[in-house]
Each structure stands twice: as structure tokens, then as C-alpha cells.
Design a protein around this ligand. Structure first.
Ligand SMILES: Nc1ncnc2c1ncn2[C@@H]1O[C@H](COP(=O)(O)OP(=O)(O)OP(=O)(O)O)[C@@H](O)[C@H]1O
Length: 609
């Protein structure tokens, strides 16, 4: 347990020592590239610097008055912005008001964050504490904030610092809710479970694992809290809450308002600086949010140049001869990480599939089988980037094809059978209407013709009462039946290539064999090629002519089913085969040693026949 604990801790420490600084550096870089962030941060810093330099920049104190300078005009010597109705230096009061605002922002936002984050962590992490925190913050939210601050004036003595501390508490429910929601989302993640199981204390888990997950939204909210605090402090001062001796944009604006007809500029200066400060903070908060929360970069779907139009019948394999039905060459697929870097999940995959042949794509979970199949279908998620490689079907390059061209191929030339039949059928429409719609979209035939074809197909895939199933909604049929329906839909236009992604995984064992039989029969009948994605060697043995074994985004070995099952060369393939349970296998302890990721020597990373 001690060793495990230290491993988790050191992993977490390594995570926070290595990963986050890179992310922070990158977030800071992105922030620096955002003109809105740079402009607003510069304005805020400039204003804060002016406030800090107030004793140097102003010739008078904020409350020093001179009878000679009552309502002095703009540009009066020593009174650059003039004098107010009490003969005080407007420039000096403006600079000192900045400091009042900054202190208000620090107190208001600081208290709101301290209270909200702490309670959010506790309420989100400990279920038993949640009802108490919920109740408390709901109660706080019922207080009429501004009114309460005015009513409490006799208690606060009008001191803006105490007032802002109370305002911070009133602001804290917003932060509490943000943090609580984040924590509730994070606390059941596997890495938190792992830390818990390893014996880390709750405090450590909260500080190391949970807090890091909530800091983004909290940082963003802090900018808005500062803006609100400044605005409220000025608002209260405008209403006359607090001593007149405290320089504040609010009191300056109130005095300027009284004097509007005599010296209209007096209201302009505090309003201008207050508006610039609060607007800059809010806009900076927006830029911060875009950088930290909407951080996923939007790469092009395809990093490659648009596919050159290729003639059907071109040599699909380029230098390979003869041309195969499907040739995947050096395919690489990557996803952007939060830091903006691309991470490859498929790295240089080569595959070849002949007409009428079944190729099994096997490998452990996460090895890149589905990504490869999705690339062939042209249905990778928008954030995926095909960084290199080629996919040729019947000699036509698919990588770089537009969505319209791909849609023209899908259903007609390439079809797909998914893993989860139920979730691939629309629960609100009948089975028949879904199949008819798909068939008509792919073939353009009339509704009546499509209906007849669908009924014939349903009978062909072994559905006992096609008419009834046609009229049924998906919840009225079994999983095996639903998979038959989807297979019927997939083969309706006699595609040349069927991509089946774990088509039997979600089904009952007895139904699995029937579905495999059906696929085999249909394949023979229609002469389709089948790309069978699976991690089930039983399925592979049952259906596949050839097998490609994937690991960590690469094909490590390919061969005929016979070669792979009887003369597997790559240690990873042997390990996969060894892990297939059968009644003769006696498990040993310790398990076989881990194997290296490299493809087996002899070029089996490349597809050969
Ligand atoms: N949208 C995505 N964003 C980032 N990474 C992704 C995304 N989709 C998949 N991946 C990653 O790509 C890798 C390969 O996933 P893929 O689904 O191809 O694996 P698989 O071999 O089919 O596994 P399984 O048998 O579990 O479906 C995984 O590491 C996965 O985390």
C-alpha cells in the first residue's frame, strides 16, 4: 500500500510538475496572441499602475481643498483635470479612487473565492455535507444584496472594506455552484478513485486532483468578480453609503452629477475610468474563458491537400500490383490535446482488402481499430486530423474527399454495421420507415419499391415476421433482431465493402453465432468485402480470411487466419492468442512478460499478402 500510495502521489506530482506548466505556458501564449486579452489586460494594468503612483503623480491629497480652485476648469495649473465643488484636485481624487476600486476588487473577489471555493469543494466532494452547504448558499442568495449593504451601514461604519467583505460573501454562491458542479463531475473519475484506493487523504485528493480540475472556471470567474465588486463599491458610494473622505468613482460621479450644469466634465472623468476598468475586466474575463475553457483548437479535418481526382480502376496500391478493392497506406490520425499539440492515435497503418474477402482488424481496446474503420467510412469526429496517408477504394482516393462525395459513397459503396444496434436506431420512428428512408436516400427509388425491397431484405436477414417488424418501433424488437435490421439496411444497396465494428459484442452469446452466420452468408451471396473490427478471436476464427493485429495505433502483424492462429510471429499477437480463454488453458502466475510495441521484424507492420 505504501508503494502504491507513493506511486500515485509521485504520478500526481509528476503530473502537476510536468504537465500543467506546459499547459499554463501554452495558455499564457494563447492569451498573449488574443488582441482582446492583451488590450484589456494592458488597460487594467495601466490604470492600476496609475493608482499605485498616485502620491507621485498628484500634487495634492485627495481631500485637500482650496477655495481658489472650486470648480476650477480643465487644465488649471497644478489641477490638470480641474477642481471639484469643494475645491479638491479631481486628478488626485481620480487616482486615489483607483486604489479604492482595486482594494474593493481584491476584498470582494477574494472573500467570494475563499468562501465559494472552499464550500464548493466540501459540498461537491462530501455528499453528507451537501445539503447543509446547499441550504446555506440558497439562503445567502435570498438576501437582497445592495439593500442589505445599505441597511448594514451602521454596523460597518460605512467602511468600504468591511462592506466589500460582506459583498464577497453575497457573491460566493455563484462560485460555490460552479465549483460544486465541477467537483461532482470530477470526483467519480477513475483517477480520483485510484487516488482514494491508494490511501491518499481527502485533503490531498481535493488539493491535488480535484482543485486542479476546477481552477480554470474559478480563474475566469475571478475577473468577473473583480468587475462586479468595483461596480458595487462605486454604486454604493454614488448613493452616499460610506464616508465622503474615501475617494471613490461613485462619490466623484455623485458630486459631478450635482454640478452637472456648472461643470459637466466633473462627471465624465470618474465615469470614464470606472467604465474602462469594469469593461476591461469583463472583456478580459471573456478572453480568459475562451482561452481556458474553449481551448480546443479547431484543426482542419484533414491536414492533407485535397485529394486529386482519381480514375476508377487506377492502381489502388500505387506501386503495388494488382490493385486491391481497399488499400490503406501509411494512415495516421491525430487529435488535438488541450495544449494544442496533435497526438497520434493511429500511426502509419497499412491495410489491403480484396473483393469478397474478410479482413479482421483485431487488437486491445484503444489500439485504433475503430479510428481506422471510421477513417475508411469518412466519419471521424470533426476534431480528428488525418495527418498523412491514403485510403483508396476501387482506386478512388477517399482522404480529402468532401462530405457530399463521401455521402454519395456511404450506403451504396461502403456500408456500416455498428456495435450497438439499439442506439443506432431512432426510438421515435418505426423500423420500416427508417430502412425505407435510408434506402431511398441511397438509391432514389420510389417509396413503394423501397418498402417491398425492405420487406424482402428483412425476410432475407432471418426476421420471422417482416411485416410486423417493419411496423415496430425499436423498443419492440430484441437486440439480435435490431442487429439483423441494421444489417438489412447496410446491405440494401449491395455495397462492395461492409465495415462491421464489433457487430456481435452487444448481443447475447446464442445470437452472436446467428449474426455471424448471417454476415458470412450475405458476404458470399453479394461478394462483398468485409472489414471486421473486433477484439474477439472467436469472431475472427469464424469469419476472417486474413487478420491485421493492431497495437497502439500500429499494425504489428498481418497474415492469413491460418498463419496468425498457428504461426503468429509478433509477441503481442502471441500474447493476445494466449489470453483467449478455453477449457484446456491453465492460467499461470506470473502472467507472460509485457511485449514491446514495435512491429515484428520482417516488415509485418506493412500489409503483405
Ligand atoms: N474524439 C477523440 N478525441 C481524442 N482521442 C480519441 C477520440 N476518439 C478516440 N480517441 C482515442 O483514439 C484511440 C483509439 O481509439 P479506438 O476507438 O480506435 O480504439 P479501439 O481499438 O477501437 O478500441 P475499442 O475496442 O475499445 O473500441 C484511443 O486511445 C482513444 O482514446
Amino acid at each position: 500500500m505504501t508503494a502504491d500510495t507513493s506511486r500515485v502521489e509521485s504520478a500526481a506530482a509528476a503530473g502537476s510538475a510536468a504537465q500543467p506548466p506546459a499547459r499554463r505556458a501554452s495558455a499564457a501564449r494563447r492569451l498573449l496572441r488574443d488582441p482582446q486579452a492583451v488590450a484589456t489586460a494592458t488597460l487594467v494594468l495601466l490604470i492600476v499602475a496609475l493608482g499605485l503612483l498616485a502620491p507621485v503623480l498628484a500634487s495634492h491629497g485627495p481631500n485637500a481643498s482650496s477655495l481658489d480652485h472650486i470648480d476650477a476648469g480643465f487644465g488649471t495649473p497644478d489641477y490638470p483635470l480641474g477642481g471639484d465643488h469643494s475645491g479638491r484636485d479631481i486628478w488626485a481624487r481620480l487616482l486615489h479612487s483607483i486604489n479604492t476600486s482595486v482594494v474593493s476588487a481584491l476584498i470582494g473577489a477574494g472573500i467570494a473565492l475563499a468562501v465559494g471555493v472552499t464550500a464548493g469543494l466540501v459540498g461537491g466532494y462530501y455528499d453528507r455535507a451537501r445539503s447543509a452547504t446547499e441550504w446555506t448558499f440558497s439562503l445567502i442568495m435570498t438576501f437582497p444584496g445592495l439593500l442589505l449593504l445599505i441597511v448594514l451601514m451602521p454596523l460597518t461604519g460605512g467602511d468600504f472594506r468591511v462592506t466589500m467583505a460582506i459583498f464577497g460573501v453575497l457573491l460566493s454562491p455563484g462560485i460555490y455552484r460552479i465549483v460544486r458542479n465541477q467537483v461532482v463531475g470530477v470526483k467519480n473519475e477513475l483517477f480520483v478513485d485510484a487516488a482514494r484506493v491508494s490511501g491518499l487523504t481527502d485533503l490531498r485528493i481535493l488539493a491535488r486532483h480535484v482543485l486542479s480540475a476546477v481552477r480554470g472556471p474559478v480563474i475566469v470567474a475571478a475577473a468577473f468578480l473583480c468587475g462586479s465588486s468595483i461596480g458595487v463599491q462605486a454604486g454604493l458610494a454614488f448613493l452616499g453609503v460610506g464616508p465622503a473622505s474615501t475617494p471613490s468613482f461613485g462619490s466623484m460621479a455623485a458630486e459631478g452629477f450635482q454640478n452637472l450644469y456648472i461643470a459637466p466634465l466633473q462627471i465624465l472623468w470618474p465615469s470614464l475610468v470606472l467604465g474602462t476598468m469594469t469593461a476591461s475586466l469583463v472583456l478580459f474575463g471573456n478572453a480568459l474563458r475562451d482561452t481556458l475553457e474553449g481551448a480546443t483548437p479547431k484543426p482542419a479535418k484533414n491536414a492533407l491537400p485535397k485529394a486529386a481526382p482519381a480514375q476508377a480502376g487506377d492502381d489502388a496500391a500505387g506501386e503495388d500490383a494488382p490493385a486491391a478493392l481497399l488499400t490503406v497506406r501509411d494512415l495516421a490520425i491525430a487529435y488535438p490535446t488541450p495544449s494544442g499539440e496533435l497526438k497520434e492515435v493511429v500511426s502509419g497503418v497499412d491495410l489491403r482488402l480484396e473483393t469478397g474477402e474478410t479482413l479482421g482488424l483485431v487488437g486491445e481496446s484503444g489500439s485504433g481499430k475503430t479510428q481506422t474503420a471510421f477513417a475508411v467510412l469518412g466519419v471521424l469526429p470533426p476534431e480528428a486530423v488525418v495527418t498523412r496517408g491514403s485510403i483508396r477504394l476501387n482506386g478512388r482516393e477517399l482522404v480529402g474527399l468532401g462530405e457530399r462525395e463521401l455521402r454519395g459513397l456511404r450506403g451504396k459503396t461502403i456500408a456500416y454495421v455498428p456495435q450497438e444496434p439499439m442506439s443506432n436506431l431512432d426510438p421515435s420512428a418505426t423500423v420500416g420507415s427508417q430502412l425505407v428512408e435510408g434506402l431511398r436516400a441511397a438509391s432514389g427509388i420510389s417509396r413503394q419499391e423501397a418498402r417491398e425491397r425492405v420487406l424482402a431484405l428483412l425476410a432475407r436477414v432471418g426476421i420471422p415476421d417482416p411485416e410486423r417488424t417493419f411496423r415496430s418501433h425499436p423498443h419492440e424488437i430484441s437486440g439480435g433482431m435490431a442487429q439483423r435490421v441494421l444489417i438489412a439496411g447496410a446491405v440494401a444497396c449491395r455495397p462492395v465493402l461492409l465495415v462491421a465494428d464489433e457487430p456481435t459484442t452487444a448481443l447475447d452469446v446464442t445470437v452472436q453465432a446467428e449474426i455471424l452466420d448471417l454476415l458470412r452468408d450475405l458476404q458470399e451471396e453479394m461478394g462483398m468485402a468485409v472489414l471486421m473490427v473486433t477484439h474477439n478471436f472467436g469472431v475472427v476464427a469464424d469469419l476472417c480470411d486474413r487478420i491485421a493485429v493492431m497495437r497502439e495505433g500500429q499494425v504489428v502483424e498481418t497474415g492469413t487466419a491460418m498463419e496468425i492462429f498457428h504461426r503468429a510471429r509478433h509477441p503481442y499477437t502471441k500474447l493476445l492468442l494466449d489470453s483467449v480463454l478455453d477449457e484446456e488453458t491453465v492460467r499461470t502466475d506470473p502472467p507472460p512478460a509485457a511485449v514491446p510495441a514495435a512491429p515484428v521484424a520482417g516488415g509485418t507492420g506493412k500489409e503483405t499478402r
